[in-house]
Ligand binder design. Structure first.
Ligand code: SAM
Length: 334
């Protein structure tokens, strides 16, 4: 979660002054050394991803789901999604008071150069500093009409090619994930009682599970990305569904669920990280009853077998394709 201190540079060299008055907004807040320069009592952070949100909230920052208005300073950290970044920039700019300062910080791999070019088409950029394979640039809000306001629409859910509601920056926003598609046929008629979908995304797997299993009484869609969960609420209208914004790997053990379904995430940065999926398996084992069942799909190259064997008494590989493998595990080891 550690970040470079690129963002500190324009504040430390005097190019931008931290306003002595007025509120400060940080969009897509990260763990960032520059925040030591910000007055905590006047700073509001936005962060959609629950684990990062929870980490920063523990360090005393105030969080909101809305950008608010009239800020003296707004900071946007780029993510990997171009359209989500544009929406964050447009929303942060809109939330500034006239003469407020917008600061945008990002790595080259997150497209900071192309965002700079795109912003320059609309507004003069006051300054930019390159450091640590990225850039920080800033501009001042004018009282002219805001020409890039249209960018903010990317965070409004729209229907994708498969007819599901999605928005910029969430997992598999343009189409149904192929891994979830491979798991669905294994679920029909197999689930009953109370269960959870760990990492439910915009809800495809959960919606299919509910449709194919009338014996489900409740299915909790557990998802860390608030935007994905917002879309899941539009896609999964079955009244047996509930929705929880949290970290699926940090749930307390309760041994109460009849089943868990999951298509776990396999990276947080660009690199595949099997440890993430392994934590999902551990979590499933802790949540399930002694008779509980886990249905899971994973990328074929990721090694989950040892973790499944360590956590469950019975593990079966249901199918394997060129890209994915589906597992059925039961009887969690307590
Ligand atoms: C491979 S996707 C599966 C999405 C969904 N089940 C589907 O069928 O499309 C994994 C999901 O896990 C979410 N995720 C990542 N880390 C998480 C965490 N710690 N807790 C809960 N969800 C998480 C991601 O945001 C993503 O939506």
């Amino acid at each position: 979660m550690a970040q470079t201190d690129r963002l500190s540079l324009p504040f430390e060299n005097g190019a931008i002054e931290i306003p002595t008055d007025g509120s400060i907004l940080v969009v897509n807040a990260q763990s960032c050394p520059a925040y030591d320069l910000l007055p905590k009592d006047r700073t509001t952070c936005l962060q959609d991803f629950f684990p990062t949100h929870a980490y920063l909230a523990r360090s005393g920052f105030t969080f909101s789901q809305a950008t608010g208005a009239g800020h003296a300073l707004a900071i946007v950290h780029l993510s990997r999604s171009r359209d989500e970044n544009r929406a964050h920039i447009a929303r942060a700019y809109e939330a500034l008071a006239t003469n407020g300062i917008l600061v945008i910080d990002g790595a080259k791999t997150d497209g900071i150069e192309s965002q700079l070019k795109a912003v320059k088409k609309f507004l003069p950029v006051e300054g930019a500093i390159s450091k640590a394979h990225g850039k920080v640039f800033w501009l001042v809000k004018s009282n002219q009409p805001d020409e890039f306001a249209v960018w903010s629409k990317a965070l409004n859910p729209t229907q994708n090619d498969d007819g599901y509601w999605t928005q910029a920056g969430i997992f598999s926003e343009s189409k149904i994930d192929k891994g979830s598609l491979e798991l669905v046929p294994h679920l029909a008629g197999k689930l009953k009682g109370i269960g959870a979908d760990l990492g439910a995304g915009w809800g495809y797997l959960a919606q299919q599970a509910l449709t194919a299993n009338p014996a489900i009484t409740k299915l909790d869609l557990i998802e860390a990305h608030a935007g994905a969960l917002q879309c899941a609420k539009l896609n999964v209208t079955d009244e047996r569904a509930t929705f929880t914004w949290t970290d699926a790997t940090a749930l307390p053990a309760n041994n109460s669920l009849d089943f868990v379904i999951t298509n776990p995430p396999f990276h947080q940065s660009r690199k595949a990280d099997p440890a993430l999926g392994q934590r999902f398996i551990d979590s499933a084992a802790r949540l399930l009853k002694p008779t509980g069942k886990l249905y899971m799909v994973a990328n074929r190259q990721l090694a989950y077998e040892a973790t499944l064997d360590a956590s469950f008494r019975t593990v079966e590989r249901l199918s394997q394709s060129a890209q994915y493998k589906c597992f059925f595990a039961r009887k969690p080891k307590l």
